[in-house]
Design a protein around this ligand. Structure first.
Ligand SMILES: Nc1ncnc2c1ncn2[C@@H]1O[C@H](COP(=O)(O)OP(=O)(O)OP(=O)(O)O)[C@@H](O)[C@H]1O
Ligand SMILES: CC(=O)N[C@H]1[C@@H]2OC[C@@H](O2)[C@@H](O)[C@@H]1O[C@H](C)C(=O)O
Length: 369
């Protein structure tokens, strides 16, 4: 029988929170409502700052987690309102939290991944069970802790007779390859998605992102700069691999730009081409006989980026996940609703073939209402 879950995602784009309420059973997901809330500017600035070492981090991180839980609770209230549900109708909330550091395997061989969150406060505010901290068990089992959405991609988009590739373009981009024969799913982070493009756009135009990719489309790709960007060793590293703002941050961009005196619009064009070309390269290398590339995440709304992906992958049908029944801004939130269900059922949420963990693991921690 289907049960109702809420999924909450605030990702590396740092644009805000996406939430869905969905009815889930074994092979089916029906999204009833989607809601989003932008970060208040002060919270966004603090979360961004917490991505790099700074003063009094523990205190600041704890307070930012409280702010995040309040914003999550606002989204939950909106979802309950929009669907005329009461807290008792919802089995659990899956709340991803905000990744502020991601260093699996670092230093001591185990490393860590850190998602700011206050699931106890969220349970207190919403009176619904909360499942949180989805990544750390996979890291404890020797995995990357990311990406986690490939299992969900398989559940909602997988086909018996057709190999498919699914590309999420959030702040960071990640690819899932779903083989037709039900064989092991491949999945890994490709590199930057929108994070560097957003940073550059905000810096030079004051706008939070390049709507439709129109600014980038009016510029010229600089081949030398693109080659310097593509020389980043992460791109050539074989999976399992994951990344984040720990690597692809404004300092990385400043270093590759060096003394280059390029017009800002041409840098934007080149950053967009970096995302498109790195993802397309990975689809060619790892996509097997995939006939279609399903794109989700906010990047699917960037028409110029979608056009570049289609041009670089002429043998594949490149389409938005909306054409396969799930709008691009809902996919990750729906994935964390689905992962919360798996946790409650004590079913594994990770795919060892993706993260490199020693095996399948039940993910997350449960905070009762
Ligand atoms: N109309 C649009 N045109 C161009 N880009 C857009 C548009 N709408 C959203 N985006 C991009 O999508 C981003 C948000 O995407 P999304 O919500 O998938 O990211 P996220 O959840 O933070 O990412 P991650 O997958 O890294 O966790 C915005 O920051 C912006 O760059
Ligand atoms: C550590 C972390 O938060 N990783 C995110 C990030 O955003 C995209 C990409 O990098 C992906 O690996 C992951 O998110 C999705 C939801 C995932 O785990 O599949």
């Amino acid at each position: 029988m289907a049960e109702r879950f809420i999924g909450l995602m605030s990702g590396t784009s740092l644009d805000g929170v996406d939430g869905v309420v969905a009815d889930l059973d074994a092979g089916r997901i029906a999204v009833l409502a989607h809601a989003s809330a932008p970060f208040p500017e002060a919270l966004r600035a603090e979360l961004l700052a917490l991505n790099t070492p700074g003063d009094n981090e523990l205190h600041r991180a704890a307070l930012a987690a409280n702010g995040l839980a309040h914003l999550y609770a606002d989204v939950v209230r909106q979802l309950l309102n929009d669907t005329a549900c009461s807290p008792a109708d919802v089995t659990a909330i899956g709340a991803h939290g905000q990744t502020i550091r991601h260093q699996p395997g670092a230093v001591d061989g185990i490393g860590y991944t850190l998602q700011l969150n206050n699931p106890a406060l969220l349970a207190e505010l919403c009176r619904i069970d909360v499942v949180a901290d989805f990544r750390s068990r996979d890291v404890a089992a020797g995995g990357q802790g990311a990406p986690l959405v490939p299992a969900f991609h398989r559940a909602v988009f997988g086909q018996v007779h057709q190999t498919l590739a699914v590309l999420n373009i959030g702040g960071i981009s990640n690819l899932s390859v779903l083989p037709a024969d039900g064989g092991p799913v491949l999945g890994f982070d490709c590199g930057p998605g929108n994070a560097l493009m957003d940073h550059w756009c905000r810096l030079h135009t004051g706008r939070p992102f390049d709507d439709g990719g129109r600014w980038a489309a009016s510029g010229r790709v600089d081949p030398l700069l693109l080659a310097r960007m593509r020389a980043e060793p992460f791109f050539a590293q074989p999976p399992p691999k994951s990344t984040g703002r720990d690597l692809f941050h404004p300092g990385w961009l400043d270093a590759v730009l060096g003394e280059a005196a390029l017009a800002p619009v041409d840098v934007q064009a080149t950053l967009t081409e970096l995302t498109a070309s790195a993802c397309a390269h990975d689809v060619r290398l790892y996509g097997g006989d995939a006939s279609a590339l399903i794109v989700c995440g906010g990047g699917a709304l960037n028409d110029h980026l979608m056009g570049r992906l289609a041009a670089l992958l002429p043998k594949l049908t490149v389409c938005s996940s909306a054409e396969r029944g799930l709008p691009p801004q809902q996919v990750e939130a729906a994935a964390f609703a689905w992962l919360a269900r798996a946790t409650l059922r004590r079913e594994p949420g990770n795919l060892a073939s993706v993260t490199g963990a020693r095996g399948a693991r039940v993910l997350g921690a449960i905070y009762p209402a």
